[in-house]
Design a protein around this ligand. Structure first.
Ligand code: GLN
Length: 381
């Protein structure tokens, strides 16, 4: 069969999680927590099922969930979103990004992607016969070089994909970044696909800058959020897209023929659980403790930490002092021989650029992080 994605193999998250399982390694690769979710949230799901919320939800999502999300957005980002017209509940964040791209792209369009980048963006773009124009972020802090981004714009540029806090690097966009983006896109018709799934995981007192807080940006944006990343429920595959009415109308035309709607009892449960804002407002402190513990645990190991991650639940580390090999070789070796699985950062580049970095996920129980650090002590020998 002729492949639509000849360059694409099984994605790195499946590969490394599979390898971790095969070799019984501690899995710090794929981004998911290993601690339990809130009992209250589980109770809400049971309750919703018992109350009979087991049939199709409305295509756009349960009204009670869209309403509480609109309130949350207003409170956090100071923007009045219309819950019926500007929010759609989706089966996960990755789906929301795909559908946003499918809504706007025609063959031959160009989309600017800042690399390293979450692996689905480019595959999505190419599957639509559009072209990803990759712009590198600055090594080693992975900040945005706005001049280089500006130079990548052509008459064919249809959209730019942005991601803050950033996966895999953790870079958190500043106000200045948002202003630069605004300035760059003014007087163009370029759309923004904004991946904000780590919105609540900002560390060291940083604040998340959402395109929702910038009217000029939001009017051209499709913004993706994830319940999986916020409530530790990645296996539920639940997220949402926020976009201005004219964009959302078109997004829904696609969505209704992709999944149509998504999991009803989970939507009811999430709507109830979201009434208590502490569940998400406590996340920066919660993950700050995990990041600090993890950095402390690995501080004596021969990794190079260019900077403590400012956001997301990922920490990058250079390994050249341990082995001067490719990042894929190192990640596979570490899984098999040391018993700790990570993600090689070259997987986030279309051309496989290798800065000899691996990505650790520290969204794990304290005991998991300690056990991983214990295993990695062998790297010092
Ligand atoms: N977003 C998660 C990560 O970067 C995983 C998503 C996936 O497995 N496709 O690890």
């Amino acid at each position: 069969m002729q492949s639509k994605l000849p360059q694409v193999a099984t994605n790195i998250f499946s590969v490394m999680s599979g390898l971790a399982k095969d070799y019984q390694a501690i899995n710090l690769s794929q981004g998911f927590p290993d601690f339990p979710i809130a009992d209250e949230l589980i109770d809400y799901v049971h309750q919703a099922m018992r109350d009979g919320h087991n049939q199709y939800a409305p295509m756009t999502g349960m009204p009670m969930l869209r309403e509480i999300l609109a309130e949350k957005i207003n409170k956090l980002y100071g923007r009045a979103i219309h819950p019926d017209e500007e929010i759609t509940i989706t089966p996960g964040g990755t789906y929301s990004i795909y559908t946003s791209l499918a809504t706007i792209l025609y063959p031959g369009d160009e989309v600017i992607v800042l690399e390293p980048a979450y692996d689905s963006y480019i595959a999505n773009i190419e599957s639509m016969q559009a072209q990803a124009v990759c712009v590198p972020l600055r090594f080693p802090d992975f900040s945005v070089d706005w001049e280089v981004v500006q130079q990548a714009i052509t008459v064919k540029t249809k959209a730019i994909v942005i991601n803050t806090p950033h996966n895999p690097c953790g870079y958190v966009w500043s106000k200045e970044d948002m202003v630069q983006l605004q300035h760059m896109l003014r007087d163009t018709s370029i759309y923004i696909i904004s991946d904000e799934v780590y919105e609540h995981i900002t560390l060291d007192g940083r604040k998340h800058e959402s395109v929702l807080a910038y009217p000029e940006l939001f009017e051209r944006s499709f913004v993706t959020f994830s319940f999986g990343k916020v409530f530790h429920t990645t296996g539920w595959k639940m997220g949402y897209c926020v976009a201005p009415k004219k964009c959302m109308l078109e997004f829904r035309k696609m969505h209704q023929f992709l999944s149509f709607s998504c999991n009803t009892p989970m939507q009811v449960a999430l709507a109830n659980y979201l009434q208590d804002e502490t569940a998400y407002l406590s996340l920066p402190d919660f993950f700050q403790r995990k990041r600090d513990l993890f950095l402390d645990l690995i501080s004596a190991l021969p990794f190079t930490i260019y900077n403590p991650t400012p956001g997301s639940y990922f920490q990058l580390a250079g390994f050249k002092a341990i082995q001067d090999v490719s990042d894929k070789e190192f990640a596979i070796w570490m899984t098999k021989e040391i018993g700790v699985a990570t993600i090689p950062v070259s997987a986030f580049y279309r051309n496989g650029k290798d800065d000899q970095l691996i990505r650790f996920c520290f969204a794990k129980k304290e005991e998991t992080l300690k056990a991983a650090a214990e295993k990695m002590k062998r790297l010092m020998l």
